[in-house]
Design a protein around this ligand. Structure first.
Ligand SMILES: [Zn+2]
Ligand SMILES: [Zn+2]
Length: 604
């Protein structure tokens, strides 16, 4: 049994079946969708039919305790889970009144999907699991009997709407989420983590710290950056520019739209159209918002004859991209329709590939260290031979070759990774990077991709040392992802307590009384002249209220100034964590802050 199917997987999987049984007892006419284990728990989707007014029936929050209670009874019954393989017709008979299951059975029989509707390469056996009279389409694995689900580790969490098979055009089903753990302690830890995650939610903190907003009139998935958020963007760009300049990148800039012809040549219209905004027409040409920066960079590569001496050529741009993500998947800054990417394309020969590819992996690791990202997983995403010409450029030889090159580079570079089929980009294999925030929430961040297809399609060439024309390989990479996703991550990772170099406001000067306003204002402008982001609070609030407010905005340093400080030309420093240092010479404070900003230190 692989790691994927560990004891928790079996517990959660079985809990999903028990949930479905309980729901059918309360709602006998319910139609079953799918119910897989996911992340830290499981879910099950149900179609509850229509009420007397023809509206789709929904669960009410009162249902959850009722269902949970019934689940506990079923668990206590220690009902064995019985596996059975069935022929297609037999399966169709058993699930005759379950239209969603029938749809899956048909595809299962054709060998296209597993029982959750996920596409698969191998032929699938149709099988069911049965417990206590309830039968579900399933290939397992499960625990041996329901009594092996730890009752004290189980909890139903929430109800949500979810389109059947994630498709906006299909019916909206009712999804119940649950979680299941080995014992009460594990459940408690998980619930605490959720509480903490809620407090750190980037949508909540993003509004409170005035980082970004979303506006109905602007459109879903199109964030507006407020001044504080924009400072963070600029700091990240500054970081990327420094790092990339040291690594031999040059910078370019490209427009946000381009003619259809470009995307025909690049392959985007054949393989990526679904994710693109609809075109607009002007002057007899059709224009698309760009979903990726690559075709533009390829044109820059092709803007003059290239020789092997020009390679590797590394073109970088913090480029905007627009992707028409399904509205149901949009989520704060983490899934948006407009994003500015830490993008670059590296054109190189095959001989240079491994070194360039690993240099990119080193960049990732440098950033992870800088941001204190301790847990991450590299996933090697490969193509699926069955989908050549549909989802992937039809060139089996180059797929095999580039996948071999990536695997070798990762193995030689001693980078741990997992392999996954059918997750590649349409133009080549890639490494996807998952990272975990300080409290253990998972984010998918960035990719490092190989492209053999676009350079070929766009006719990119260089002359090698023997005077022969060659097609370069292209590496697409975006270690800091997009501003949107990365800042969304950083907000939750730091709970808004950004290291000082990233903090939108670094110092707030707070006078003790009105008498000290002038001194405080002067102090702020001295700091500003030293390129420290400082503000002064000369509002009519009382000092304690001003301190509370600065704390709420998570400003790293407060300088409290009164008679003593005016007399001695000193400052009293109150840090975000509450610690305090009195009567510090201003120059000493400034030198310390400047040093921390310059070194991008993690602590304050
Ligand atoms: Zn199952
Ligand atoms: Zn690209």
């Amino acid at each position: 049994m692989s790691e994927k199917y560990d004891d928790l997987y079996c517990i959660r999987h079985t809990a999903a079946h028990v949930l479905a049984q309980a729901v059918l007892e309360f709602y006998p006419e319910a139609k079953l969708g799918i119910g897989p284990p996911v992340g830290e728990g499981f879910y099950y989707d149900f179609d509850l039919g229509a009420d007397e007014n023809g509206r789709a029936r929904t669960f009410s929050p009162d249902d959850l305790p009722k269902l949970e209670k019934r689940m506990r009874q079923i668990i206590a019954g220690k009902h064995p889970l019985i596996y059975q393989e069935v022929r297609t017709e037999e399966a169709q008979q058993r699930f005759a009144d379950q239209p969603y299951k029938l749809e899956l059975i048909e595809e299962l029989a054709a060998g296209q999907v597993d029982e959750y509707g996920n596409e698969v390469d191998e032929p699938v056996v149709i099988s069911t699991y049965r417990q206590n009279g309830f039968e579900d389409l399933c290939r397992g694995p499960h625990v041996a009997h329901t009594g092996q689900i730890p009752v004290k580790g189980l909890k139903l969490m929430s109800i949500a709407g979810a389109y059947w098979r994630g498709d906006e055009k299909r019916p909206m089903l009712q999804r119940i989420y649950g979680t299941a753990w080995r014992n009460k302690k594990e459940l408690k830890q998980y619930l605490q983590m959720l509480e903490e995650a809620k407090a750190r939610d980037h949508r909540k903190l993003g509004r409170e710290l005035e980082i970004f907003i979303l506006d109905e009139d602007v459109g879903p998935g199109l964030p507006l950056w407020l001044p504080n958020g924009n400072i963070m963007r600029e700091e990240l760009e500054k970081l990327a520019k420094e790092v990339e300049s040291r690594a031999g990148y040059v910078r370019v800039a490209t427009p946000h739209i381009a003619k259809e012809e470009l995307y025909i040549k690049s392959g985007h219209l054949d393989y990526y159209l679904e994710d693109m905004y609809a075109p607009s027409e002007s002057g007899g040409s059709r224009y698309y918002l760009k979903p990726m920066n690559c075709p533009f960079h390829h044109k820059i590569f092709a803007s003059k004859p290239r020789s092997y001496r020009d390679l590797p050529l590394r073109l970088a741009e913090y480029g905007m991209v627009y992707r028409y993500e399904q509205s149901g998947t949009l989520f704060g800054l983490l899934r948006v329709r407009a994003a500015q990417q830490n993008d670059a394309h590296i054109y190189c020969s095959e001989e240079q590939f491994e070194q360039e590819f690993m240099a990119v992996m080193d960049l990732y690791r440098f950033y992870f260290k800088l941001f204190g990202i301790e847990k991450y997983v590299m996933r090697f995403s490969k193509h699926s031979p069955k989908k050549l010409g549909i989802k992937y450029i039809d060139n089996p030889r180059l797929w095999q070759k580039t996948e071999r090159m990536v695997r070798e580079a990762m193995v030689n570079g001693d980078v741990p990774f997992v392999e996954e089929a059918d997750e590649a980009a349409f133009y080549g294999p890639k490494i996807d990077v998952q990272i975990w925030s300080a409290i253990g929430r998972e984010f998918s961040l960035a990719t490092n991709q190989v492209d053999f297809a676009q350079p070929l399609r766009l006719g990119l060439t260089y002359t090698d040392a023997n005077g022969q024309e060659q097609t370069p390989l292209c590496i697409h990479r975006a270690p800091l992802g997009s501003h949107e996703r990365f800042i969304g991550f950083l907000i939750e990772h730091y709970a808004g307590n950004f290291p000082i170099w990233l903090a939108p406001e670094q110092v707030r000067v707070i006078p003790i009384t009105d008498r000290h306003n002038q001194y405080a204002a002067n102090l702020a402008s001295v700091l500003q002249d030293a390129e420290i982001r400082a503000q002064v609070d000369i509002s009519s609030s009382r000092m304690q209220a001003k301190i509370r407010q600065a704390q709420a905005m998570k400003v790293p340093y407060m300088l409290i100034v009164g008679d003593e400080e005016v007399r001695n030309g000193t400052v009293s420093v109150r840090q975000r964590d509450g610690s305090q240092q009195n009567d510090l010479p201003l120059v000493a404070f400034m030198a310390d802050v400047k040093e921390k900003i310059l070194m991008r230190t993690a602590i304050l």
